[in-house]
Structures are given as structure tokens and as C-alpha cells.
Design a protein around this ligand. Structure first.
Ligand SMILES: [Fe+2]
Length: 404
């Protein structure tokens, strides 16, 4: 499954890491891969405190690199979503170490921080100067250092994307550094690593993956190749996500979700997303709603909202999620048969949302009209621009009122 998906990515010429290792116990291959990528220079390993225990994965990874003759500088403590200050601190270390390779071990936050550090290691200035829509620098003068990304959670697919989400509290919330060069050179996917992720984080990450796969199928920037790849991921999620939550040690299910997460990253990097991600970004920035939870909360309602604008594509995507044959070619006109698939698929998404304990509306946030207006305005980012139904702040506000 993984090798067929990787072959599809190459054949279609999609942007994705050049090297991908997907193997149970694959962490043991990191040292040899790092030696190839580091070009005889040291590696800078970025990770979080939880993975830095003396017998934990960061220690094993470091020992493996040293065995392969790659000196390692460890930068741990990346325990929160990256801020400009945290990225700049890690970049300062990188400029001192002058690494040949950046290695990230962690979830989306660690990998995103590492993407920015790989760029700032060889480019001047603060991360703030490169933020999309805010910073004065719109290009990278030097190509970033190679980056080996090793995800320990299944969710964001950040190992396969070319943007780094960074919080700039004094500049209006979260923004992205977005450059083609930020795409990691290599991704190492070891399904043993996510087994220690707690249930709530597993559920939230899985719902992020599901939302990314479904939104990529509906995005205005979708292509036949990205949709076919997303269907591969969707076929995995329906069965595997509940198992990952209920039996965290199940390697078959963890493998399926780690692959689905990677594919969702490739899809979002090549096809964009939609309104669930547009609003989720604003909910995170303005109300601290965790990203995966926000996606899971918004997904059914946004799919219903978009239905009229993309019924054939929605039917095909939900057929894949239900592991049924696609009802029609997705570019064809909607037919009555598609409606039955859409209803069954939406019911399955809602059932998964309930089973994973995710609320179906925003009432718990007690948002008044003014807060809803602010939320609607803040939702108009990149993701919203790719939504199949064209959105503006007024339409978004009307949608949000139905959930508040
Ligand atoms: Fe996401």
C-alpha cells in the first residue's frame, strides 16, 4: 500500500519529500540516512521534552547517528506550538552549530519549527520577517539545509508540507512561513513511534488527517492525481482511527493512520484545503481551540455546506471513506445514486465525531455576535480561498451562526 502510494506520488510529479522510509522499527535506519544527507557536517536534532528521556526515542536516534559518524547537537524543549521567539532561539543555535542536516523528531509543531530553522540556519533575520502576508522578506536567498522529518504522531502530515505554522502573538495570531524549500528532504515514518500518543491526541490528530484528505478532494486546486491519492488515505482512516484510539498498541492501525497522515500532507501541499481549515485556524488563534479538535468539530457541517458546490467530488471522497467503489467519475454531474453515498458518508463522519467525543457545534465557546464577526473575518486565509463554494466574511458569518 505504502509503496504503491509513493509510486503514484512520483508518477504524478507531486511535491513531496524526495526520500521516504515507511517501516515498523524504521527509526533504526535514521543514522544511515542522516549520514547520506548531512554531507560530513553535524546534525541538529530538534525535539520535545517528552521524547528526550534517557531511554526515549531521541536518545536512541542520537546514538544511532553517532554510530554512523554524524555528530549531533540536541535542541529539546519544543513543547508548544512554535512562536517567533522559539523559532528564533532554535535558529540561533543552528547558526552557531552550522549543521549539514536538521533532524526533527516530534509532532507537527516540532516539524514545523524545524522547517523554519532549516531555512534560518543559512538565511538572515527573524522568522517574523518571512511570515506570509506580514514579513518583508518574500524569498529565501539560500536554499534551506536538508531536513529529515520523523513524525511521532499521526495527524498534520507536516513531514510532507512546505509551510511552517508559527504563532506571532503581537502580529495577529498564527501565520505561515511558506516556501517550496521548506519541504523536508526526507521523511521517516515508523509506526512504532505513535503508539505512546494518548487517546485524545490520537483522536484529534486522526480527525485532522481525515479533514485534510476530504478537503483536498473538494478543493478548487484539486487535480485527478491529488484526489486519487486522498482516496487512498481515506480508505485507511474509517477502520483504523477508532482502533488507534481503543487499542493504542495496534501496529496495523497505527501504520494505516501514519500513512494516511503522510498522504494528507502531500494532498494539502499540492491541492490546498477548504473552509474547515480556514475556520480552524481562526478558532486556534482567537479561542485556543486545538487544531485537530477544531477540524473534527467543523468537518460534518462544512461538508454539508459545500455539498451543493461539489456533490460528485464529495460522493467520490465519501465512497472511499466508506470503502465503497466510487459511484461516478468525480468530474461528472451529480446523480441520485451519489446522494445515497453522500448521506451514508456524512452519517459515518458524524458517527466518528460522536464516538471520539468531539462536539458538533461551537456552543461551549459561548460566542456572541461580535465574537462571531471577528471569527468570520479571521477565517479568510489560504485554506478558505480554496473552498469549493466561494466564501466571504458575510457567508462565513452566516455559517458560523448555525453552529453557535
Ligand atoms: Fe490540519
Amino acid at each position: 500500500m505504502a509503496s504503491a502510494a509513493l509510486a503514484d506520488i512520483r508518477r504524478a510529479g507531486l511535491k513531496a519529500p524526495t526520500r521516504v522510509i515507511f517501516a515498523v522499527g524504521g527509526l533504526a535506519q535514521a543514522g544511515a540516512l542522516a549520514r547520506e544527507l548531512a554531507g560530513g557536517r553535524p546534525a541538529l536534532l530538534l525535539t520535545c521534552s517528552a521524547l528526550s528521556a534517557p531511554t526515549g526515542p531521541a536518545a536512541r536516534l542520537r546514538a544511532d547517528l553517532l554510530r554512523q559518524g554524524v555528530p549531533v547537537e540536541l535542541f529539546a524543549g519544543l513543547d508548544h506550538e512554535p512562536t517567533v521567539a522559539a523559532v528564533d532561539a532554535a535558529a540561533a543555535r543552528a547558526r552557531a552549530v552550522r549543521p549539514g542536516l536538521i533532524v526533527s523528531l516530534g509532532g507537527g509543531s516540532v516539524m514545523d519549527c524545524a522547517k523554519a530553522v532549516a531555512a534560518l540556519a543559512v538565511n538572515p533575520g527573524s522568522a517574523a520577517e518571512y511570515l506570509e502576508g506580514l514579513g518583508s522578506r518574500t524569498t529565501l536567498a539560500q536554499p534551506p539545509r536538508p531536513h529529515l522529518a520523523i513524525p511521532t504522531t499521526a495527524g498534520t502530515g507536516a513531514e510532507a508540507t512546505r509551510n511552517a505554522v508559527i504563532a506571532a502573538p503581537d502580529r495577529g495570531g498564527k501565520k505561515s512561513m511558506r516556501f517550496d524549500g521548506l519541504l523536508p528532504a526526507a521523511a521517516l515514518l515508523d509506526p512504532e513511534l505513535p503508539r505512546s500518543v494518548p487517546r485524545a491526541a490520537t483522536a484529534a490528530g486522526g480527525l485532522d488527517t481525515l479533514t485534510q484528505l476530504l478537503e483536498a478532494c473538494l478543493s478548487r486546486k484539486r487535480t485527478p492525481a491529488t484526489s486519487a491519492l486522498a482516496w487512498r488515505g481515506l480508505r485507511l482512516v474509517h477502520a483504523a482511527l477508532p482502533v488507534c484510539c481503543d487499542r493504542p498498541q495496534d501496529l496495523t492501525a497505527r501504520s494505516a493512520m501514519l500513512l494516511a497522515s503522510f498522504l494528507s500532507g502531500v494532498c494539502l501541499a499540492n491541492a490546498g484545503l477548504g473552509m474547515a481549515h480556514g475556520i480552524a485556524a481562526a478558532l486556534g488563534a482567537l479561542h485556543d481551540v486545538p487544531h485537530g479538535l477544531a477540524c473534527g468539530l467543523l468537518l460534518p457541517a462544512t461538508l454539508r455546506y459545500n455539498r451543493a458546490g461539489c456533490a460528485p467530488e464529495l460522493a467520490a471522497a465519501l465512497a472511499a471513506f466508506l470503502n465503497r467503489a466510487a459511484p461516478r467519475h468525480p468530474e461528472a454531474t451529480a446523480a441520485p445514486a451519489d446522494d445515497a453515498v453522500i448521506e451514508a458518508g456524512l452519517a459515518a463522519v458524524e458517527a466518528l465525531q460522536r464516538r471520539l467525543g468531539v462536539p458538533a457545534n461551537l456552543r461551549h465557546l459561548k460566542l456572541d455576535e461580535r465574537a462571531l464577526q471577528r471569527l468570520a473575518t479571521a477565517s479568510m486565509g489560504n485554506s478558505m480561498a480554496a473552498n469549493p463554494v466561494p466564501m466571504d466574511p458575510e457567508r462565513t458569518l452566516a455559517f458560523l451562526r448555525t453552529l453557535a
